[in-house]
Design a protein around this ligand. Sequence first.
Ligand code: SF4
Ligand code: SF4
Ligand code: SF4
Length: 896
Amino acid sequence: MEKIKIYINGREIITEKGKTILEVAKENGVEIPHLCNHPDLIPNGACRLCIVEVKGEKRPVASCCYPAYDGMEIFTETEKIKELRKMTLQLIISDHPLDCMTCEKAGECLLEKYAYEYGIKKIEYEGEKSKRKQKDGSPFIIRDYEKCILCGRCVKVCEEIVGANAIDFGFRGFQTDIISGFDQPLKETECVFCGNCVEVCPVGALREINAEGKGRSWEYKKIKTICPYCGVGCGINVYVKNNEIVKIKGDDESLVNKGFLCIKGKFGFEYVNSPDRLKKPLKRKNNDFEEINWEEAISIICQNIERTIKKYGNNSIAGLASAKCTNEENYIFQKFFRTILKTNNIDHCARLCHSSTIAGLSMTIGAGAMSNSLEEIENYSDCIILTGTNVSETQPVTSYRIRKAVEKGAKLIIIDPMEISLSDIAYLKIQQNYGTDVFLFNSIAKIIIDEKLYNEDFIRERVENFEEYLKFMEKFPIEDTEKITGVEIEKLREVAYIYSKSKASVILWAMGITQHITGTENVISLSNLALLTGQIGKKGAGLCPLRGQNNVQGACDMGALPNFYPGYFPVEDEDTIKYFKEKWQADDLPNRNGLTVVEIFENILKDEIKFLYIMGENPLVSDPDIKHVEEALKKINFLVVQDIFLTETAKYADIILPASCSFEKEGTFTNTERRVQKISKCVEAPGQAEDDWKIINKLAENFGYIWNYKDVWDILREINEVLPQYKGITPERVKKGEKIQWPCPSENHPGTETLHTTGFKTKSEKGKLIPVEFKHAYELPDNDYPFILTTGRIREHYHSRTMTGRVKGINEIVGDDFCFINEEDAKRLKLKDGDYVKVYSRRAKLKIKVKISDRIKKGVIFIPFHFYANLLTHNKLDPYSKIPEFKICACNIEKL
Ligand code: SF4
Ligand code: SF4
Ligand code: SF4
């Protein structure tokens, strides 16, 4: 970046060319008032409050739009400027209600602040007032446009960041107003209820319904923590009064989300105060539950564990940890199972989302985590391949960052059978046939090889198995590409060229790639592309699996997996057992891989597993073929469920333990970018609900193991000792607000933003090219079941809806199960939007509402997995990772 020297109010400042005056002023602590400008939105100089004088310019300039140049002399506070700003404020206020004493935004409103600072005490300009009025039709947002100052921030955030384009300026002149399409209620528009318009509105025109009448801004306690929902790990500020969360705002200081949120993070907190929260331990009594005290609950559980182990052995016990719980809780959970119950039968729902990523990347590059940060993707990647992820639904804030990257010049290539929300800004869109990913990525690799687009130096220095891979590729039938994948070869050639020739290319994927019986092979085929072209190990280039739940990365890191001890030490390795025996002072540790999620339920039905402990998971909604899961839950000898609600699964439990949620405790979550972030206690847990780690600690004590953890930070200290990747991520650093990306090998280490910059994490430190053969999905359409059923997430709901299903506003938007069906199929079946159909597979049937969508291919039905789609899916597994094939099964549909 070229450096320039400028002067602000006589002060010399060295800065970079390309920045605006306002940006340089802000960075150097010089305050220039502004209403329409926002650091993440394209400036348009609408409010004229940020005017400054520049030597040599005849008229004042808008500092938000005016670039600084070398030698520039700027004056921000001259008498002339102050007078002009005062006049601007007078004009704005002349058309603004003066009800600051009762306005909910008082104390936070920028107009109020500047009016005070510029000494505006009365209205100077009388005359006609605009007729903007309050608009309704939103379950979350008050749109009080009488207070609107037409700054345009809301319109810009909706278009530039969110991409929803739900609102715009409407009408003209004095009638100008902010309207949604055809001035309809927001609910009827493209609005995704992210609340970012509320976040950026500088005045009281847009406000949160939830917070209305709850108190004044200065009465709230404001606590920084992390969103409890998806793997992005957005920073949030929680506003609390009288032990109640009143509202949530995005944390502007968070490197992850820069203050922006999605519907769940912004509005999805009502569940915390839900009357349904579990408040006391419960014991099954006939077909109901009775309240018991903690001592009795712990004692019953321990007696049953002892009895089961004595009669059936240690491996008759299994446990499901939770990607919703903290690192410390997952760590202590697996430690309890391994050191006290002596079994590796511990798993969690990472098995159902990215286990194939971990398996595939472990084979090729030795580490399954995202190799780059979101910041890198926005600012360094010039080619972004998105495949098998409708990221606007699954990680909305990541989609904002991708949108920004495209605005900054990156080429976005979307490879997905479904047309996804970001398709409108894609440079290239490729809609392959379902289940043909390996063939498609092999075809791209073949083009890279045949047309010599590969990176010879990189392969020579950092890659092994190239010769064998070439031999495999020589015989690869690229001529069948179009027949199998449905994609023209010329399109793939374009992808091959853009991907290999860009300065930094990154591939992002999620469950569209992983949830197949070939999930591991799909991931390997992506890894092959990165290794062939050297598009990994540098800023903005790499392989980035987008993780689903808030702490799924952390739960994996902590060893809540049947085949890895914490820190990805393989279970079946003598050195691992030696290492952990020493770290945990344990005489004996289980050294055989345990059972995975789906295998646990299979083995209950086979009478092998007799006791199951579930911490914060709801397999009766989230697992495949849930009738099968239900049979297992009915059959199990003893089931313990530790959760915040009486979930579908908990209804089958013998003992239910009430747990606290993430707003009620401390600890750390690790986000999709490997960033370890502190969560803070905002409110007290209801009744006798306890932190999950305390419950496990009580169980350990009952077995006579005194671990001496005073608080959760003692567990993190032990994690620092045990996990090399977390060594330097100490309680002191996280409490100071550092958000470090692992690996962090020492207390002075800043953390690692980009992985694989030198060696890979394999034994040879080289990446391995692995040939992968194409195989079809397990269950393809036939005459009886002619449709493909595919499942996935939607942005409004989270996992099995235990939390989002208790948010009234979210239920108002998506309260019921539905399926998407293509227009042509709908026409053939004489279906219209809102009709009810029966969708059935070989496992079960579902009565469901139809939504017609041109985003879905002909012959395909999409059902969100949050409701009961898993009645229909099958439980055949990828042999390497044991992930089920949620993404493809055969089904049929009938009009009801
Ligand atoms: S809530 Fe989000 S999508 Fe809706 S109008 Fe506001 S910014 Fe746009
Ligand atoms: S509603 Fe708020 S953000 Fe939108 S134009 Fe009006 S004042 Fe600006
Ligand atoms: S993107 Fe994810 S982490 Fe961010 S607010 Fe939404 S749900 Fe929360």
